[in-house]
Design a protein around this ligand. Structure first.
Ligand SMILES: Nc1ncnc2c1ncn2[C@@H]1O[C@H](COP(=O)(O)OP(=O)(O)OP(=O)(O)O)[C@@H](O)[C@H]1O
Length: 704
């Protein structure tokens, strides 16, 4: 800001009463001023003697010896050196004496000098402002009262999509879409922080009215391109969210995670660390990782290993808490390739190993069940092959034949392998249902839920259009279902089965209901009444099923059947293996003398082995004896070294035999064959080996 002192002509002379007008003119000429102050003897300013005044008065008469005081004008205004030009430049006099702070005359200044200096000052400021205006990063646009653009800086050209030359002089909305500046002109109310968008760029604007003499004469808008800021903000939000996600992930990780800085100080760790290492994980933050090693929590310092190897390191550890751990140290590098952090992952393998074993076990079990179920499904039979000529068996078959003509449930009671299933098939194929399917389900071979699904299916909500799993009751509809080992059906399912028998209604897999039109034939090793008495079998189901009980006698009680059965199985196996074989009379005798504890199943097995293994065309008595008593011989080979309770010894031996058979033959089907027992028996025994307390029932379907 210019002051008068910077513009004035500094003087060392003033006029006094003794100066003539001639002196005055000479002094003015010398000092190049158009007026001089006149002081009294005390040095007080009396007024100004100016060329103009001299000229005015000289028009009448002029004499250079006249006193300058005669030309004195006392209409003057002294200015202070400190006065600002903008305050004095348009005062009414042509020349002003100038005083310093001590009120001493220090010079004179003309109105012209003041005006010119002031103008130059204004011009300079204008140029400065224009430079600022043009170089401002923010866009600036000004309009007048009529909405015509009066100024626009280069930064505003981009959103205006017009150059300054194109935009200035045009109506605002012809150039730029947002019309907020017009509102400010109309209302006179400033508007701050409003966001607007031009194309893909985001702007934030401050709009202010230009007020002159209390009247709004225009408005100026300053707007900033915040697209980059918005982008950064968005990135910041994303980073914050990622950070939050990461924090949650680390916190909820089942593996322990420890993050250390380059000095091996623990920066962060998660609750799993506490669980696995059995330490207070919150207290670890801020501590040196080394402390964990020093305190015996870890045996090795993985951070040392990571730093030594300069890369990822995995080690196996056994923690102080006796957990088997896999510890992985993962370095984090900075731009210079220096390790700045180490992320340590701690996986508790003890649990994993346990879980993997459990999973493997249940996978195997599930596969086994699936295979058994598949076998069972394939067991839709087409005929029956009952061979019998004994009176006792003929009576049984007679009874079965009669029963087949009526549609009642039948219960077949008999030892394993005696032929119950064969008779069940016979009943089916002699009944009016023979065109329908015959299915069998072993009630003792599956866990509860699987058994329920296999038996009753898995219905789907009506109208869903999706088909559920078809149960055997539905599959066997219009045919027969043989429920083997019915005594093992769980009580809950007994209730469901009873409802089907009584109501004759089936829930079908498509969510509908169908009339249950099938015959249930049940097989059991023990008379059901015994179970009813013990409360293990529902009495009502017993009465519903046990309409016609048929006892299938063991083979040892019907010796007359031996010959036809031996003949049948000899012929069948000859054909099957394409071998010409006969049995020597001594061999036949051996077979007749044998007690057949495994009944017809055992016989079928023995005959097949004889046909396949006999040396010559005639199966000798010795060969028969070997096959029949091989097991017995093996048993005798068992060394008894101590006297133990018989039950214990039997259990132990049984366990060894089943395990050996499984090892040798691999599947329960083949093991059962080798042991000469029903497959479900093998499964039961295996289950007992695995779970000696007997929390499970036998769970495998019998394979014939
Ligand atoms: N009278 C028979 N004539 C021919 N083969 C028979 C006869 N009885 C049983 N079998 C055969 O003996 C084997 C065992 O028979 P089946 O499965 O019917 O016995 P089961 O009493 O049902 O045994 P489990 O109670 O152990 O299931 C089958 O291969 C069957 O074909």
């Amino acid at each position: 800001m210019l002051r008068v002192g910077q513009v004035m002509t500094r003087l060392s002379v003033s006029l006094y009463s003794y100066h003539t007008i001639g002196d005055a003119l000479i002094l003015m000429q010398e000092k190049q001023v158009s007026g001089l102050p006149l002081l009294n003897e005390q040095g007080h300013l009396l007024g100004m003697v100016t060329k103009e005044m001299i000229f005015e008065k000289s028009l009448a008469s002029f004499n250079p010896v006249h006193k300058a005081a005669d030309y004195l004008t006392t209409r003057f205004l002294p200015l202070k050196e400190e006065a600002l030009l903008e305050e004095v430049w348009d005062l009414p006099f042509d020349i002003y004496p100038v005083l310093n702070n001590l009120d001493e005359i220090t010079g004179v200044v003309t109105k012209y000098s003041l005006g010119r200096a002031y103008f130059q000052q204004i011009e300079l400021r204008r140029q400065e402002l224009e430079a600022v205006f043009d170089s401002a990063h923010n866009g600036i646009i000004a309009i007048n009262k009529q909405g015509i653009i009066t100024s626009l800086n280069p930064a505003a050209e981009r959103p205006a999509r017009a150059t300054k030359e194109e935009a200035v002089g045009r109506y605002l909305t012809d150039v730029i879409i947002p019309s907020g500046l017009l509102d400010v002109v109309r209302s006179g109310i400033p508007d701050f922080g409003t966001k607007f968008q031009v194309g893909r760029r985001q702007y934030i604007s401050n709009r202010t009215p230009i007020v002159r003499d209390g009247e709004v004469v225009g408005a100026v808008g300053v707007f900033q391109d915040v697209s980059e800021i918005e982008k950064v903000l968005q990135e910041l939000r994303t980073v914050k969210q990622l950070n939050e996600e990461l924090r949650t992930t680390i916190a909820s990780s089942y593996d322990g995670i420890i993050i250390c800085d380059r000095q091996s100080e623990i920066l962060r760790c998660n609750p799993a660390v506490g669980r696995i290492l059995e330490v207070s994980w919150e207290d670890l933050v801020g501590k040196a990782f080394k402390e964990l090693v020093d305190n015996g929590v870890f045996r090795k310092n993985i951070i040392h290993l990571v730093k030594k190897q300069g890369g990822l390191v995995s080690i196996l550890e056994r923690s102080a808490a006796e957990h088997s751990l896999v510890i992985t140290g993962n370095p984090v590098f900075d731009d210079e390739g220096e390790i700045v952090k180490v992320v340590i992952n701690i996986r508790d393998m003890s649990e994993l190993v346990y879980l993997r074993e459990a999973l493997e076990e249940s996978k195997q079990l599930s596969e086994k069940y699936q295979a058994e179920i598949a076998q069972m499904k394939n067991h839709e039979e087409t005929s029956s092959n009952v061979r019998a000529c004994s009176v006792i068996m003929k009576n049984v078959l007679d009874l079965a034949a009669r029963v087949s003509k009526v549609d009642t449930p039948v219960v077949l009671v008999g030892e394993p392998g005696a032929g119950k299933e064969e008779i069940a098939k016979m009943i089916h194929f002699q009944s009016k249902r023979k065109q329908g399917p015959f299915y069998k389900l072993n009630c003792g071979s599956l866990p509860y839920q699987l058994l329920e699904t296999e038996m009753f299916g898995q219905g789907i909500a009506l109208g869903s259009g999706i088909k559920g799993k078809i149960g055997l009751l539905e599959l066997a509809n219009h045919g027969s279902l043989y429920l083997e080992d019915i005594e093992k059906i769980p009580l809950n399912l007994q209730g469901r089965l009873l409802r089907v028998l009584q109501d004759k209604v089936l829930q079908t897999s498509d969510g509908n209901e169908a009339v249950a039109d099938l015959r249930i034939v049940a097989g059991t090793h023990r008379p059901l009444i015994e179970l009813v008495e013990k409360g293990l079998f529902r009495e009502d189901l017993y009465f519903s099923l046990n309409v016609v009980p048929i006892n299938v006698p063991p083979l040892r009680e019907r010796k007359e059947d031996l010959i036809p059965l031996i003949t049948y199985y000899l012929e069948r196996n000859k054909k099957r293996h394409d071998l010409e074989k006969a049995i020597a009379p001594e061999g036949i005798q051996q077979l007749l003398n044998y007690s057949w504890p495994g009944n017809v199943r055992e016989m079928a097995n023995v005959l097949e082995r004889l046909v396949v293994t006999a040396q010559g065309k005639t199966i000798s008595g010795k060969e028969v004896k070997t096959v029949l008593y091989e097991k017995e011989k093996n048993l005798r080979a068992v060394t008894v070294s101590d006297v133990v309770p018989l039950k214990e010894a039997i259990d132990d031996l049984e366990q060894q035999l089943v395990t050996l058979a499984m090892e040798l033959h691999g599947t329960t089907v083949k093991a059962a064959e080798a042991l000469g027992v029903n497959q479900s028996t093998v499964v039961r025994k295996l289950q007992k080996i695995k779970d000696p307390k007997g929390s499970h029932d036998a769970k495998i379907v019998q394979k014939k």
